[in-house]
Structures are given as C-alpha cells and as structure tokens.
Ligand binder design. Sequence first.
Ligand SMILES: Cc1ncc(COP(=O)(O)O)c(C=O)c1O
Length: 368
Amino acid sequence: MDKRVSSALRPRPGLNDVGYYMVGISKLPGFNQIIKLSSNESALGPSAAAVEAAARVLPQAHRYPEVDLEDLPNSIATAYDLNPAQIAFGPGSDELLLRLVNMYSGPGEEVIYSAHAYMQFPIYAKRAGSTPVAAADDDFRHSVDKMLAVVTDRTRVVIVANPDNPSGTYLPAPEIVRLRDGLPENVLLIIDAAYDEFAGAPDYESATGLVDIYDNLVVTRTFSKLYCLASLRLGWCYGPRHIIDLMERVGPSFPVNIAAQAAGIEAVRDVEHTRKVLDHNARWIGIFSNALTDMGLKVYPSQTNFVLVAFPPAGGKTAAAADAFLKQNGIVGRKFAVADFDDKLRFTVGLDWEMEKTIEVLKGFMSA
Ligand SMILES: Cc1ncc(COP(=O)(O)O)c(C=O)c1O
C-alpha cells in the first residue's frame, strides 16, 4: 500500500511552542570519565540499603507495581511528621509539577513564576496550554511583591521553587505566607521544594506545615537530591486531600515502579546516609563558595546542593571562557543558554577530589 501523507494532523494549539529542556552535559569528547557538576545530582550515591532493596524486588519486574501504596507514604509520613493520606506520588517531582499545572490551568489562563527560577516552569505552563508569566525578581531572588503585581483574573497557578534552582536562593517562611495571603483564593500556590532538606537558614521552613492551614497550597518533593535516587524517578507531593485525591485520579496508572518503591522506603530509613550527604554538602557549599569568593567571583549564597557563580561579563575571565577551560580539564559545570545567565555558571557539589580539582582548575583560570 502507498504511504499516505496527511498534512491535516495538528497538535493542540501552543504545543509547538514548547522548547527542549536542556539537561546537563554528561560526556566530553576525549574523556573516559568526567567530573560532572552539571545536574544537581548527589555525588555520594544512594544508600547501600536502598540499592539492596531495589535489587531484591527486580525479579518481580514482570508484575505491575502496587498502586495503593502504604509502606512508602508511611515511611515518609513518619520521617517528616506528616499525614500519609495527604501524599501523592509520581515519577519524579517533574511529573507532579506538570500534573498540578495541568489540573489547575489551561488555555487562556496564566501561570506565574519568578524570572530565573527553575526553567521547566514556563514549559509546564505551555504543555498545559496556558500562558507562562515571568515575574521580575531581585538579583536572582524571588520577589513576592513582584509576583503579586502580575496577578490578573486569568491567573490560576503560581509556582515557587524554594529553595530555587539555578540561583540557590530561598524565601523565608513569612514571605511564603505573605504570598499565599496576597493571592486570590482560586489560585493554586505550588511550592517546589526539591532542595528542601539542604536548606539550613534559620528562617527557612518546610512549606509542608502550611498545607494544614491553606487548602489551596501544595508542596512537591523529590528523592532525586538528598536521597540520591534521581534515576529511579520518585517524587512526592503533600497537599490537602481534595487536591491529592484528584492527582491520584488523573495521574499515571502506576506512578511508582517497584524498584523506586523499595529503594525509597530504605532511603528514608537510612538516616546515617542522609546525615553523611547533608554534612558533605554543607561542608563543600562553604569551602567552594569561600574559595570562589576569594578568587573575586560573585557567589550567590546557596541553600541547596549547588552554587551559582557570576564571572566578569567581559574580558578574558568570562563564564564562557571558564566553561571552556573547565571542559578542557574534564570538568562540566552548567552553562545556561539564556541571556541573563551569560555571565554565570552553576556547580553542583561533587566528591571531595572533584571539588578540590575544580577549585584548583578555576584558580588556574582566574590567575592565568
Ligand atoms: C527546582 C527543581 N524542581 C524539580 C526538579 C525535578 O526533580 P525530579 O523530577 O528529579 O524530582 C528539579 C531537578 O533538578 C529542580 O531543580
């Protein structure tokens, strides 16, 4: 039969505007092994107990995973002092964020986020058919006033990454409350708290506590960062029952694969491992930030597992030149193809030797 070519098929209006999300580079030509500081992964690797648990269930991979989860939400609820019935799961918090944006906004409606925040936010809005609206910020820190200033009667969702990626900055708890109180009640406030566990600032608070107060606020969390399980794709969301119930109805049929379920339970239990990850992270955020500040670079104070650094915008020491020099030495930070980030690189905390080498190479670059 002849191939039939149809020009009538069209995706939903707006979908063709969705661009590609640029993931971090993980290979360099000429290097068998690179120092990968480009994707905000956790360098120490998963808990041994989590790996063993995942391996143990793999012979059951021919079965569909359980849907009415009990052990996983119970472990999370115990660890974070939450109600297990208010937890929904997805393959990464990425999917949960997209699902939430899709559930509460659509064509002709607006999704507000802070300019320079997580670069998936406008993509989620477009995938939902709604209009992304970037609110100005204050030198890469979210501004509640500027977010509230762009609210219209078409606003349906506001997403705040707290702490934020790629800036590493955060909003103190009273600012989140001020934002929620300033928004119309029919607007969903999503707090994307992928880096929550790393935040140690005295005025930072997990937004999960606000879910008991507001029934139009949800918080997304992940096993990709602190728990070092990025590849298993395990995200969770804490919200009021009416939102969680709808999420479960409209979400994937099998939101969590068996390996992720088994590993997630053990990862939460392995407090010794999470303590190790947190200590390693705090130590290197401090050492790395100080070392780069001493080199004369502008370092954004980080509450996460990465650091955003600004290089001189012109002359020989630009971010592009630093990026090229680092790559010649087998080191990959994150360079964003976005104009406002032209002078910036982001570095995720790596292993001890990786951080030592990165500092040494950057010192060489800055003093050459
Ligand atoms: C701010 C933020 N939100 C959400 C995610 C998505 O994480 P995951 O889908 O692995 O849970 C990331 C990943 O880097 C992130 O930086």
